[in-house]
Design a protein around this ligand. Structure first.
Ligand SMILES: Cc1cc2nc3c(=O)[nH]c(=O)nc-3n(C[C@H](O)[C@H](O)[C@H](O)COP(=O)(O)OP(=O)(O)OC[C@H]3O[C@@H](n4cnc5c(N)ncnc54)[C@H](O)[C@@H]3O)c2cc1C
Length: 323
């Protein structure tokens, strides 16, 4: 495991961090909090107590120190060399509330699980949130990724997003400001979303419940949801599905080290037990290379890869082949 100097970073900032109420963890093991259960250490993990605490932290940390925001890690591949600087993860206690604010709108903190948003919507008879029942992330990740399933995307439900910028100032973004596209938001990358207002529509509770059950039943049968995975590895290219191209290129079940393209759903990459971040990324780039050779399609990663490579273990895009 790579050495990190998290305590030295905390010591260097000294009094600046003294008043914070959240938890600072030096050399935090990211493999404990990502769905892949792989990857290196965060130099320092900060879990703010609430939005005020997060603002104080952002004001206290000099701009030149890198800062990475993570959610519950269901779409993250952390590289084995770890993440320099601070990793911020919002705590469920300070950011995990979801409440009904009108007959069709819900306000949810960024650490609220998507499933909880779906459950709150069901209780209130608000339709349009059943798709969240099947997505294992939290609201912050859904806002950043424009998470979607079953023909619905986050962008269809977002009214307004509250965020803090790198200086700790509150920003309010409209749906248009979020710059949504397929699994993408063009909102400035330094923003930390803290809550959002969502709008659905009045719907019969029985119908909502049936839609949620259908979402879950479908997933149980077609996705390896009990595995250590990051969900869909690649975005669907124009006019085709990533899994079809992966299958056609002969990569269903392909293994590198402990990483495998799931035999059940071949756009899902899984950690079979011993995969490192290197194994997972190397497997992903191998698949990209084979699909490019086979069909001339350049698959784009949907999974976010963060952190540094372990020295001597860099993985190049398309394995460095000029195709
Ligand atoms: C079994 C399985 C099934 C899945 N199915 C789907 C699916 O059907 N549809 C789908 O869209 N996704 C799916 N995913 C992927 C994943 O659940 C979503 O992308 C989810 O929205 C990620 O949320 P998260 O909290 O885990 O974010 P993370 O994975 O921790 O982070 C993802 C990105 O969001 C950013 N981010 C997180 N929180 C914040 C915040 N507060 N402010 C700013 N940026 C933030 C991070 O910086 C990172 O860039 C699946 C994953 C798994 C493991």
């Amino acid at each position: 495991m790579i050495m990190m100097h998290g305590q030295a970073l905390i010591d260097r900032l000294g009094d600046r961090l003294a008043g914070l109420r959240g938890r600072l963890t030096p050399n935090a093991e990211m493999d404990k909090i990502t769905w892949f259960r792989a990857g290196g250490l965060a130099e320092v993990l900060f879990q703010p107590a609430d939005e005020e605490d997060l603002a104080a932290f952002l004001k206290a940390v000099p701009e030149e120190i890198p800062l990475t925001i993570v959610g519950v890690g269901s779409n993250l591949l952390v590289r084995d060399g770890g993440i320099a600087g601070f990793v911020v993860r919002l705590s469920a206690k300070g950011f995990g509330e979801a409440e009904i604010v009108s007959p069709t709108t819900i306000k949810a903190g960024a650490a609220t699980p998507d499933k909880r948003v779906a459950a709150v919507a069901l209780e209130a008879g608000i339709g349009g949130f059943h798709f969240y029942h099947g997505i294992p992330g939290a609201v912050g990740g859904a806002l950043r990724m424009n998470a979607g399933a079953n023909g619905v995307e986050t962008r269809e439900r977002v009214v307004e997003v509250r965020a803090l910028d790198r200086g700790g100032n509150v920003q309010t973004l409209s749906n248009a400001d979020m710059g949504y596209a397929y699994r993408h938001s063009a909102a400035p990358s330094g923003l930390i979303f803290t809550s959002a207002l969502f709008e659905g529509f009045a719907e019969d509770k029985t119908a909502i419940k049936a839609a949620m059950d259908a979402v879950q039943n479908h997933r149980e049968t077609v996705q390896p949801i009990r595995e250590k995975t990051g969900g869909s590895t690649f975005k669907n290219p124009e006019g085709t599905s990533a899994w079809k191209e992966i299958d056609k290129a002969g990569c269903r079940g392909l293994m590198i080290g402990g990483a495998q393209m799931s035999p059940m759903h071949c756009n899902f990459m899984i950690n079979t037990g011993t995969a490192t971040g290197y194994d997972l990324e190397y497997l992903g780039e191998t698949v990209r290379t084979r699909v490019l050779e086979n069909a001339g399609i350049r698959l784009q990663w949907e999974i976010k890869r963060i952190g540094n490579f372990r020295p001597g273990h860099a993985v190049q895009e398309f394995l460095g082949q000029l195709l």
